[in-house]
Design a protein around this ligand. Structure first.
Ligand code: TYM
Length: 407
């Protein structure tokens, strides 16, 4: 029997079970969402759909034009959620510029990067006319206000165990003991980064947060912040659910054991979403694989080939009603060479990103740059109003607002 998918399930329709449920701990799985609807029956016994509105929030740092990992791991999912949303849903997407300054930034470059990111989000199809609110994090001061309040109940021990922080400690402290000099180089903003991320989500009462694999731990921490706050003060904050994306971890093209990342110095390790077709082709054709010239899917032993198959699986679905999983593709391509595989991947990625570059350039320059300012100002206004609703309740609960009048 054909099952009709509710709007909450539709974003995940067509994905294989492997794509929806990635290896994760049981606790993570409990908190991961496949967006389901509440179904009930009316007086005549007819099944009716009673559906709470979804509030979807996610963010991206303005560290240059996004790459294919950002796009397949997050942005494409954001667009799909937007396109499948019901009118009562809310969608908020933020260029998280305050997170960006946890690392040293040149002011002029940061200003440019924020605009480029805004243009990139619009170029991939996020659209205020379709209900997406897009804004700079720094335009909504309620994010930092809630961050401070959450900091007062957040555990230092938990923050100290965050993978991102631990990797920074290792980078600054090769000897392995925390000397004064190493600690001086580490900044408080970097340590409390996850508290600001929790505030981003909680201040908008987000129910679902679509992110790539590397953000799972931050999302767990956000739930912990909500629970701590609710327990200490009043049940106001909404613990958000992590939304798994179809491709939560796209790997580097030069070091397929590590994820594709904006911070890696080697540009050949990634493809930015505004890359021209000749650059896309050259990066894919020179992607690191291995010495065996055949196509098999084995992420452990052949991570480079597995990553190419993953890219093909994700970008090849325009013609397919259901995207073929990487292992199925490997079986179909069993007689092919790695060169054949790379050519297919290059073609599929070029098709997937067609038009993004032109739209990005056009949006950056539309109305002499003013159009982007207008879009951001409108988004920030909506986001401020939404966040202020939460902050009024939060301030009251903590004792910082007027509270209920006694007389
Ligand atoms: P950021 O800017 O590093 O990345 C933005 C999104 O892209 C995903 N991503 C990837 N997905 C698959 N494969 C990859 N190689 C890959 N690289 C990046 C990330 O998982 C992310 O979803 N801390 C966040 C930004 C943030 C945020 C938030 C996110 C701030 N506040 C609140 C969600 C909710 C970050 O640095 O993402």
């Amino acid at each position: 029997m054909r099952q009709t998918l509710c709007a909450r399930c539709r974003p995940l329709a067509g994905l294989t079970r492997r794509q929806v449920i990635r290896p994760a701990t049981q606790q993570q799985r409990r908190n991961e969402s496949t967006i389901s609807s509440d179904v009930s029956t009316d007086e005549q016994g007819e099944v009716t759909k009673k559906r709470k509105p979804n509030v979807i929030f996610s963010g991206i740092q303005p560290t240059g034009v996004p790459h294919l990992g950002n796009y397949l791991g997050a942005l494409r999912q954001w667009r799909k959620l937007q396109d499948d949303a019901e009118p009562e849903d809310r969608l908020l997407f933020s260029v998280v510029d305050l997170h960006a300054i946890t690392m040293p930034q040149d002011a002029k470059v940061l200003r440019l990067r924020r605009r480029e990111m805004l243009a990139a989000l619009l170029a991939i199809g996020l659209d205020p006319e379709k209900g997406s609110t897009i804004f700079f994090q720094s335009s909504v001061p309620q994010h930092t206000e809630l961050m401070w309040i959450l900091s007062c109940t957040a555990s230092m021990g938990y923050l100290g165990r965050m993978t991102q922080w631990k990797s920074k400690i290792q980078m600054n402290n090769k000897a392995g003991d925390l000397e004064d000099a190493a600690m001086t180089n580490l900044k408080l903003g970097l340590f409390s980064y996850p508290v600001l991320q929790a505030a981003d989500i909680l201040v908008h009462r987000a129910t679902h947060v679509p992110v790539g694999d590397d953000q799972r731990q931050h999302l767990e921490f956000a739930r912990e912040c909500a629970t701590n706050f609710n327990h200490t003060f009043k049940n106001i904050l909404v613990p958000p659910e992590t939304m798994t994306t179809p491709s939560p971890r796209i790997m580097s093209l030069t070091h397929p054991d590590s994820k594709m990342s904006k911070s890696t110095p080697n540009h050949r390790s990634r493809i930015i979403i505004t890359a021209p077709p000749n650059e896309i082709r050259s990066r894919i054709m020179s992607a690191v694989t291995d010495s065996h010239n055949g196509v098999t899917y084995d992420p452990e032993m052949r991570p480079g080939v597995a990553n190419l198959l993953e890219l093909l699986s994700q970008c090849n679905n325009a013609q397919e009603s259901r995207p073929l999983a990487p292992d199925e593709l490997a079986r179909q391509l069993s007689g092919a060479s790695l060169k054949d595989l790379k050519e297919l991947v290059a073609e599929a990625v070029c098709i997937e990103l067609r038009g993004v570059r032109d739209r990005h350039d056009e949006f950056l320059n539309r109305k002499g740059g003013k159009w982007l300012d207008e879009i951001e100002a409108e988004g920030a206004e909506v986001a401020r109003r939404n966040a202020e609703e939460t902050m009024r309740m939060v301030r009251d609960a903590v004792g910082l607002g007027p509270g209920a009048r006694l007389i």
